[in-house]
Design a binder for this molecule. Structure first.
Ligand SMILES: NC(=O)c1ccc[n+]([C@@H]2O[C@H](COP(=O)([O-])OP(=O)(O)OC[C@H]3O[C@@H](n4cnc5c(N)ncnc54)[C@H](OP(=O)(O)O)[C@@H]3O)[C@@H](O)[C@H]2O)c1
Length: 417
């Protein structure tokens, strides 16, 4: 029989309020928000003040509440709330990718120990039902890789830089439209996309990663010259959260801008839209597209999780239960484009093999193969004069000799200057 849910809601911001409205409009669910806990007293709200509490225990200690929906913007406070909710035997729905990426195995174990469900479809690509599809549909099909436009802010900015706008113009526009925060660091430096990739890595390949294991490089330093290069070659630039199976049983995974041709499934996914291309052994490539953020789209994913809980749904993490788990690796080579206003940086960039170089007074670029394990050591998010993007060539296992042949001393000296 379908379970009746009595919900304790944490957070009444963009997603929390969206959920309240969406749940009120949905006639199909036997689920009711009993209490709402928020943080700031005296804040103007869309519904009457008597609906709110400021004390977490009003939900956590209420034995009649059997489901906590955690929609707050503070990952540390959320960890506390979620673990306490499990201990009290409550199921939890969350949209908090940072919380989940940083603590996934701990949370899975705590939910298991308590015999409750923990679901979080909204944490990855908002309204796109990607986690449950990977869990259920691709359960028996070996995944060879996935590429996701998992961050709408950066896709919006890259769409505009692709149309000829500068990064600063595109960012201000995104901020005016509410797609970007006043401090956009988490989005534009690829942290948000990384948290989502970590969650996908767990469901798609059974791999647990720590945020420090996964390279994230964003789009903050894209220049008009880089956009022009892409346009001339027929590319569009997309920030991908990428995972790819290489070698005997290894998974490469990282976040970086990618230059893609029009034959790529995600080429036409523009503006604030998200997309995930899943590649599997038997079903081949499939594209999921939708809104990755916003009040109602995100609330729709939370609503779907709540609905799944009424049928006692829980993730089974089937890909974690294989005899031999693949290993996460940063040991491979990729082909990159590097553009810079600094000619010397381009000349000494540590390529294993440089294919192309262009130099002028104002703009320089080079393309070639790099040892990813070496490149990921640099904090390119802080190197204003450089922009780097992955070119559309396969990720390849690295031979030991190739890695040894690269000298990076001069490059590192220049970076330090
Ligand atoms: N916005 C999106 O489109 C989107 C998409 C996907 C996932 N998410 C995730 O969804 C979650 C919520 O995002 P949001 O955009 O709705 O955030 P938001 O608009 O900033 O709202 C955050 C809410 O959390 C409440 N809050 C903060 N700390 C709290 C605490 N310790 N106890 C109780 N309430 C607390 C705030 O209370 P006050 O109202 O009193 O300040 C506010 O109501 C985040 O994890 C975010 O990453 C958001």
């Amino acid at each position: 029989m379908r379970k009746k849910l009595k919900i304790g809601l944490f957070g009444f911001g963009c997603v929390g309020q969206g959920l309240y409205e969406v749940l009120n409009q949905s006639q199909l669910l036997d689920a009711k928000i009993e209490k709402i806990v928020v943080k700031t007293k005296g804040k103007k709200r869309a519904i009457a003040e008597e609906n709110f509490s400021y004390i977490a225990d009003d939900i956590l200690e209420d034995p009649t509440i059997n489901c906590v929906v955690e929609l707050i913007d503070d990952a540390n406070a959320a960890l506390d709330i979620v673990l306490k909710a499990f201990k009290k035997g409550k199921h939890v729905v969350s949209a908090n990718k940072k919380l989940i990426a940083e603590n996934l195995d701990l949370l899975i174990q705590a939910a298991k120990d308590a015999g409750v469900s923990f679901v979080y479809e909204a944490a990855v690509c908002g309204s796109i039902p990607i986690i449950r599809n990977i869990e259920e549909y691709y359960n028996n099909d070996a995944l060879s890789g996935l590429e996701g436009i998992c961050n709408g802010t950066t896709n919006y900015i890259l769409t505009k830089t692709g149309e000829g706008k500068s990064y600063d113009q595109a960012l201000s526009e995104a901020q005016e439209l509410g797609f970007a925060e006043s401090d956009p660091t988490l989005d534009v430096d690829g942290f948000d996309a990384k948290y989502k990739l970590q969650i996908l890595l767990k469901h798609a390949f059974g791999i647990t990663t720590a945020p420090k294991d996964v390279f994230n490089y964003g789009i903050r330093h894209i220049k008009i010259n880089d956009s022009n290069y892409a346009k001339e070659k027929g590319y569009r630039i997309k920030l991908f959260s990428k995972a790819h199976r290489i070698g005997p049983n290894q998974i490469a995974g990282f976040v970086a801008p990618h230059m893609i041709y029009s034959n790529h499934q995600a080429y036409h996914v523009e503006n604030e839209f998200n997309a995930v291309v899943v590649e599997a052994l038997f079903s081949d490539q499939q594209l999921f597209v939708g809104k990755g953020a916003g009040s109602y789209p995100t609330a729709s994913a939370v609503l779907s999780d709540i609905s799944a809980l009424t049928f006692d749904y829980q993730y089974e993490y089937k890909k974690s239960k294989v005899a031999e788990l693949p290993a996460f690796t940063n040991n491979f080579k990729v082909k990159v484009y590097v553009g810079s206003t600094n000619r010397s940086l381009i000349r000494v960039f540590p390529f294993i093999q440089r294919d192309e170089i262009f130099q002028s007074e104002s703009y320089n670029y080079a393309t070639g193969w790099v040892d990813f394990g070496q490149i990921r050591k640099y904090n390119f998010n802080q190197e204003e004069s450089l922009f780097l993007a992955i070119l559309p060539e396969p990720i390849v296992t690295l031979c030991k000799d190739e890695s040894d042949s690269v000298s990076s001393e001069e490059f590192e000296t220049l970076l330090e200057e």
